[in-house]
Design a binder for this molecule. Sequence first.
Ligand SMILES: [Zn+2]
Ligand SMILES: [Zn+2]
Length: 168
Amino acid sequence: MSINGDALTHSPWGHCVHCGNGIGKTQFAMARQSNVVSFGKSSKSPDDQAYLTHHARSVRARFCSNECWEKGMGAVLEAEGLPASIADKRVLAGPIHPCVKCGTPVNLMKTHLAWVRYKYEMRTKGGAEVEHLDWLDVMGVECKPCNLAASLREKRHRRRATRAVSST
Ligand SMILES: [Zn+2]
Ligand SMILES: [Zn+2]
Protein backbone atom coordinates (compact mmCIF):
# COMPACT_ATOMS: atom_id res chain seq x y z
CA MET A 1 0.00 0.00 0.00
CA SER A 2 1.76 3.14 -1.15
CA ILE A 3 -0.83 5.69 -0.04
CA ASN A 4 -0.28 6.97 3.49
CA GLY A 5 -2.37 9.35 5.56
CA ASP A 6 0.00 12.26 5.06
CA ALA A 7 -0.08 11.99 1.28
CA LEU A 8 -3.86 11.98 1.41
CA THR A 9 -4.14 15.10 3.56
CA HIS A 10 -1.76 16.95 1.26
CA SER A 11 -3.41 15.73 -1.92
CA PRO A 12 -2.87 18.12 -4.85
CA TRP A 13 -6.50 17.43 -5.70
CA GLY A 14 -7.82 18.63 -2.33
CA HIS A 15 -10.77 17.05 -0.60
CA CYS A 16 -13.81 15.11 -1.71
CA VAL A 17 -16.90 17.37 -1.75
CA HIS A 18 -19.03 14.51 -0.46
CA CYS A 19 -17.09 12.79 2.38
CA GLY A 20 -14.42 15.44 3.05
CA ASN A 21 -11.53 12.97 2.84
CA GLY A 22 -8.33 13.88 1.01
CA ILE A 23 -8.36 12.63 -2.58
CA GLY A 24 -5.78 9.90 -3.22
CA LYS A 25 -4.53 8.60 -6.54
CA THR A 26 -7.93 8.52 -8.22
CA GLN A 27 -10.10 11.54 -8.78
CA PHE A 28 -13.65 11.74 -10.13
CA ALA A 29 -14.54 15.29 -11.09
CA MET A 30 -17.22 17.42 -12.63
CA ALA A 31 -16.29 20.54 -14.58
CA ARG A 32 -17.58 23.24 -16.87
CA GLN A 33 -15.41 23.73 -19.90
CA SER A 34 -15.45 25.40 -23.26
CA ASN A 35 -15.42 22.81 -26.04
CA VAL A 36 -15.23 22.62 -29.82
CA VAL A 37 -15.95 19.44 -31.74
CA SER A 38 -14.33 18.88 -35.11
CA PHE A 39 -14.66 15.92 -37.45
CA GLY A 40 -12.05 13.78 -39.12
CA LYS A 41 -12.66 11.91 -42.37
CA SER A 42 -11.51 8.34 -41.93
CA SER A 43 -13.90 6.73 -39.45
CA LYS A 44 -17.26 5.04 -39.81
CA SER A 45 -19.64 6.86 -37.48
CA PRO A 46 -19.78 10.59 -36.66
CA ASP A 47 -18.95 9.80 -33.04
CA ASP A 48 -15.76 7.94 -34.04
CA GLN A 49 -14.70 10.85 -36.21
CA ALA A 50 -15.25 13.53 -33.61
CA TYR A 51 -12.35 15.25 -31.93
CA LEU A 52 -12.97 17.22 -28.82
CA THR A 53 -10.82 20.25 -28.10
CA HIS A 54 -11.23 21.96 -24.80
CA HIS A 55 -10.03 25.38 -23.73
CA ALA A 56 -10.83 26.81 -20.31
CA ARG A 57 -11.87 24.28 -17.68
CA SER A 58 -13.42 25.19 -14.35
CA VAL A 59 -13.65 22.28 -11.91
CA ARG A 60 -16.90 22.46 -9.92
CA ALA A 61 -16.60 19.35 -7.74
CA ARG A 62 -14.09 16.60 -7.01
CA PHE A 63 -14.88 13.19 -5.53
CA CYS A 64 -12.57 10.56 -4.01
CA SER A 65 -14.49 7.56 -5.36
CA ASN A 66 -17.26 6.44 -7.64
CA GLU A 67 -19.37 5.77 -4.54
CA CYS A 68 -19.06 9.40 -3.35
CA TRP A 69 -19.80 10.56 -6.88
CA GLU A 70 -23.05 8.62 -6.91
CA LYS A 71 -24.12 9.89 -3.51
CA GLY A 72 -23.00 13.50 -3.89
CA MET A 73 -23.60 14.32 -7.53
CA GLY A 74 -27.30 15.19 -7.11
CA ALA A 75 -26.50 18.08 -4.77
CA VAL A 76 -23.77 19.41 -7.10
CA LEU A 77 -26.06 19.34 -10.13
CA GLU A 78 -28.82 21.07 -8.20
CA ALA A 79 -26.46 23.86 -7.09
CA GLU A 80 -25.49 24.42 -10.73
CA GLY A 81 -29.13 24.55 -11.85
CA LEU A 82 -28.75 21.35 -13.86
CA PRO A 83 -31.22 18.43 -14.13
CA ALA A 84 -30.29 15.40 -11.99
CA SER A 85 -30.90 13.14 -15.00
CA ILE A 86 -27.64 14.21 -16.70
CA ALA A 87 -25.48 12.49 -14.04
CA ASP A 88 -25.25 9.42 -16.24
CA LYS A 89 -26.01 10.92 -19.67
CA ARG A 90 -23.44 11.09 -22.40
CA VAL A 91 -23.64 13.57 -25.26
CA LEU A 92 -22.34 12.10 -28.50
CA ALA A 93 -20.91 14.16 -31.30
CA GLY A 94 -24.08 15.98 -32.41
CA PRO A 95 -23.06 18.19 -34.19
CA ILE A 96 -26.27 19.87 -32.92
CA HIS A 97 -27.44 19.09 -29.40
CA PRO A 98 -30.17 20.72 -27.23
CA CYS A 99 -29.13 22.97 -24.32
CA VAL A 100 -29.34 21.07 -21.02
CA LYS A 101 -31.27 23.95 -19.40
CA CYS A 102 -33.65 25.34 -22.05
CA GLY A 103 -33.53 23.00 -25.05
CA THR A 104 -32.19 25.56 -27.55
CA PRO A 105 -30.07 23.79 -30.19
CA VAL A 106 -26.32 24.23 -29.59
CA ASN A 107 -23.86 23.83 -32.45
CA LEU A 108 -21.02 21.70 -31.07
CA MET A 109 -18.72 22.68 -33.95
CA LYS A 110 -18.58 26.22 -32.55
CA THR A 111 -17.00 27.00 -29.17
CA HIS A 112 -19.65 26.16 -26.59
CA LEU A 113 -20.01 25.46 -22.91
CA ALA A 114 -20.10 21.82 -21.85
CA TRP A 115 -20.58 20.04 -18.53
CA VAL A 116 -18.21 17.12 -18.25
CA ARG A 117 -17.36 14.32 -15.83
CA TYR A 118 -14.00 12.60 -15.88
CA LYS A 119 -11.64 10.35 -14.00
CA TYR A 120 -7.99 11.16 -13.40
CA GLU A 121 -5.41 8.78 -12.02
CA MET A 122 -1.92 9.41 -10.73
CA ARG A 123 0.43 7.10 -12.60
CA THR A 124 4.14 6.59 -12.24
CA LYS A 125 5.95 7.32 -15.48
CA GLY A 126 9.74 7.35 -15.63
CA GLY A 127 9.94 7.68 -11.85
CA ALA A 128 7.61 10.70 -11.73
CA GLU A 129 3.95 10.84 -10.78
CA VAL A 130 1.86 12.13 -13.66
CA GLU A 131 -1.84 12.85 -14.00
CA HIS A 132 -3.49 10.53 -16.46
CA LEU A 133 -6.97 11.15 -17.86
CA ASP A 134 -8.73 7.79 -17.72
CA TRP A 135 -11.99 8.86 -19.37
CA LEU A 136 -14.10 11.95 -19.96
CA ASP A 137 -17.79 12.16 -20.84
CA VAL A 138 -19.77 15.21 -21.87
CA MET A 139 -22.94 15.17 -19.73
CA GLY A 140 -24.61 18.14 -21.34
CA VAL A 141 -24.06 21.32 -23.33
CA GLU A 142 -25.33 24.81 -22.55
CA CYS A 143 -26.43 27.65 -24.86
CA LYS A 144 -24.96 31.19 -24.62
CA PRO A 145 -28.00 32.90 -23.00
CA CYS A 146 -28.17 30.24 -20.24
CA ASN A 147 -24.42 30.52 -19.70
CA LEU A 148 -24.68 34.32 -19.46
CA ALA A 149 -27.57 34.13 -16.98
CA ALA A 150 -25.59 31.68 -14.81
CA SER A 151 -22.44 33.81 -14.74
CA LEU A 152 -24.45 36.95 -13.84
CA ARG A 153 -26.06 35.03 -10.99
CA GLU A 154 -22.63 33.85 -9.84
CA LYS A 155 -21.21 37.40 -9.90
CA ARG A 156 -24.10 38.64 -7.78
CA HIS A 157 -23.49 35.81 -5.27
CA ARG A 158 -19.80 36.63 -5.08
CA ARG A 159 -20.49 40.35 -4.51
CA ARG A 160 -22.94 39.49 -1.74
CA ALA A 161 -20.39 37.15 -0.14
CA THR A 162 -17.68 39.85 -0.25
CA ARG A 163 -20.01 42.35 1.34
CA ALA A 164 -20.92 39.90 4.10
CA VAL A 165 -17.23 39.33 4.86
CA SER A 166 -16.29 43.03 4.89
CA SER A 167 -19.20 43.99 7.17
CA THR A 168 -18.10 41.64 9.96
ZN1 LIG B 1 -15.39 10.88 -0.88
ZN1 LIG C 1 -30.14 27.25 -22.80
